[in-house]
Design a binder for this molecule. Structure first.
Ligand code: S3P
Length: 262
């Protein structure tokens, strides 16, 4: 028993040191963030994370812990990214745009890159209604869907530091926009008809396109909506011909260069 107590005391002492070191490390992370902001340098750097991981695992006194140290550092760097995002984006990053413009996909990429939670309005509605969007339209009609959509947006308006991927019709309603702007910056992902068509051809999950996926139909609907998307947007990002990572970097850069940050 005495022996166990002694070992526990030893653990407590090491924990104290670990916590102290972690606090110091986080303070330096925030100093680096401040420096990068002041000098307009890119903030998130995957190569640097790889470098750190290699460095901390290269000279271990007890190499049998290499796997655990790797795991620990992946988590430490994830926590650092998360903290940096909280400092940089104390507001929501809201993605709007036509069906198939990549809101959910880019939302996921941003969420991973910035360690920010992703809220997808369609998924939230599906969870609430315990049905997919197609079934909701079929059983309750579009008007009812829009009501639930509006309530969902209203509930999201108090969130902070989240990525919000909106359904393609969200921006058509002025009240929705006001709610989203309360704590958020709105990014319109602009996409050409041809690319939307290529992405959605064969898709049966969208009730508004179900029987009518032609370029003409998409063009027509996009023409009707374009002005709403543009009016709602704080920034417009064209997605055509760009890789996801590049689109995310553009969004981050635009937000960080914006003078009207919260
Ligand atoms: C809609 C877009 C869909 C979904 C619903 C209505 C629209 O979301 O909300 O089918 O009116 O454009 P996505 O844009 O994610 O497909």
């Amino acid at each position: 028993m005495i022996e166990l107590e002694k070992l526990r005391k030893e653990i407590n002492d090491w924990d104290e040191k670990i916590v102290e070191a972690f606090e110091k490390r986080m303070e330096v992370v925030l100093k680096i963030l401040e420096y990068k902001r002041n000098h307009s340098l890119p903030i998130f750097h995957q190569d640097r994370e790889k470098e750190i991981l290699e460095k901390v695992t290269s000279n271990l006194k007890n190499p049998s812990f290499k796997g655990e140290i790797e795991e620990l550092y992946i988590e430490i760097m994830r926590i650092s990214r998360k903290r940096q995002s909280i400092e940089l984006f104390p507001y929501n990053i809201v993605l709007i745009g036509f069906m198939g413009s990549g809101k959910s996909t880019i939302g996921k990429w941003l969420s991973e890159k910035l360690e920010m939670d992703l809220l997808d309005t369609d998924s939230l509605i599906e969870d609430k209604m315990k049905r997919n969007i197609n079934l909701i339209f079929q059983e309750y009609g579009e008007e009812y869907f829009r009501k639930i959509e509006k309530n969902t947006i209203k509930e999201l308006s108090d969130e902070k530091n989240k990525i919000i991927a909106c359904g393609g019709g969200v921006a058509l309603n002025e009240e929705n926009i006001q709610y989203l702007k309360k704590n958020g910056k709105i990014i319109y992902l602009e996409t050409k008809v041809e690319n939307i068509y290529d992405r959605l051809r064969g898709d049966t999950s969208r009730p508004l396109l179900k029987n009518s996926i032609t370029k003409e139909y998409i063009k027509d609907l996009l023409n009707k909506r374009e002005a709403y998307y543009q009016r709602a947007a704080d920034f417009i990002i064209s997605t055509d011909g760009k890789e996801e990572n590049k689109i995310c970097d553009e969004i981050i850069m635009k937000l960080l260069c914006s003078k009207t940050l919260y």
